[in-house]
Design a protein around this ligand. Structure first.
Ligand SMILES: [Zn+2]
Length: 317
């Protein structure tokens, strides 16, 4: 069966990935550059243009019907601009216009990276077949996105579902966003590690103080490491329960580096959910690990582009 292709860009703080993706989510050509995150805005754009130049040089480019961009946020899809926290040279940067300049007349769709991951999990991953879902990325930060009524719900600016900055501790620690006690301030990888270190956990001989090292210690029964993951799980559970109560999701998908901790995270998370998701209509809510791998951002950006490319719309997005 002939399927049109779309171009997908996944723009993060460390790498800029691009691909040509078909209507079944298969990747046919790839390009990648490191993100010169601390450089001037136009230098960062130069790396995006280098990725696009490789894709447009592909013999398959002529079949591309749209471009989808998933970018680190915040993004403003209505204005076509991005202001990624860890790319300081991009503030209200006109990414959509610059990409359009590079690719000609194709429609360009911009969404936040949390929304892109959500599109991928809904299309091909753990949220497939669920009409109302929250998908989260728990790593250096905590992001997410929503599927409501069977459709991706990016919201007017493309940031809907950004659960990391819901406050779950009213008088909690200040968050870099300006609020207090945000989910991210408690449950992100760096905060899991910091809390364990503050409470007396010490790394092994390799000096690894990452959340993955705390997870390994928790797996061996280290009580301080276990407690730090339990606190993160509690914050995630409160945020997930609030989301379920507001919009009746029936599945929460948790990915990202912290999501890979496995039972160390998911066992206390499911237990904490029984404390916070108490009303009858949220009690069937399930929490599962993400299924999409490192290509989730690209596949999700492609899903968003397919919604702009007549004739190639993925059935589940
Ligand atoms: Zn915050």
């Amino acid at each position: 069966m002939h399927t049109d292709l779309v171009a997908a860009l996944d723009i993060g703080g460390t790498k800029i990935a691009g691909a040509l993706v078909d209507g079944d989510g298969r990747i046919h050509a790839r390009a990648q550059r490191p993100t010169p995150a601390q450089e001037a805005g136009d230098t960062v754009m130069g790396a995006v243009e280098a990725v696009l130049a490789e894709l447009t040089a592909s013999p398959l480019w002529g079949r591309a019907t749209a471009v989808g961009i998933g970018s680190a946020g915040p993004v403003d899809a209505s204005a076509g601009t991005v202001s990624p926290v860890n790319v300081p040279g991009w503030r209200d940067y006109p990414l959509v216009r610059r990409v359009r300049d590079a690719v000609g007349d194709l429609p360009v769709e911009l969404i936040g990276d949390g929304v892109a991951i959500t599109a991928a999990e809904h299309w091909q991953g753990a949220a497939r077949g669920h009409d109302n879902a929250l998908c989260m990325v728990v790593s250096t930060g905590v992001g997410g996105g929503l599927v409501l009524g069977g459709r991706l719900h990016p919201g007017p600016t493309g940031n809907s579902g950004h659960i990391g900055h819901i406050s779950v501790d009213l008088d909690g620690d200040p968050c870099p966003c300006g609020a207090r006690g945000c989910v991210e301030r408690i449950a992100s990888g760096p905060n899991i590690a910091r809390r364990a270190l503050d409470a007396g956990w010490r790394p092994g001989p390799d000096g690894d103080t990452s959340a993955a090292a705390v997870a390994a210690a928790a797996r061996l029964g280290d009580p301080v490491a276990v407690a730090s993951f339990e606190r993160a799980a509690q914050a995630l559970a409160a945020g997930i329960a609030a989301t379920a109560t507001l919009v009746e999701i029936d599945i929460a998908v948790v990915g990202g580096g912290v999501g890979k901790a496995g039972d160390v995270l998911f066992t206390p998370l499911r237990k904490a959910l029984t404390d916070y998701a108490t009303l009858s209509f949220v009690q069937r809510l399930v929490v599962v690990p993400a299924q999409m791998g490192t290509d989730a951002g690209l596949v999700g950006a492609a899903a968003a582009a397919l919604t702009k490319a007549p004739g190639a719309r993925p059935a589940h997005v």
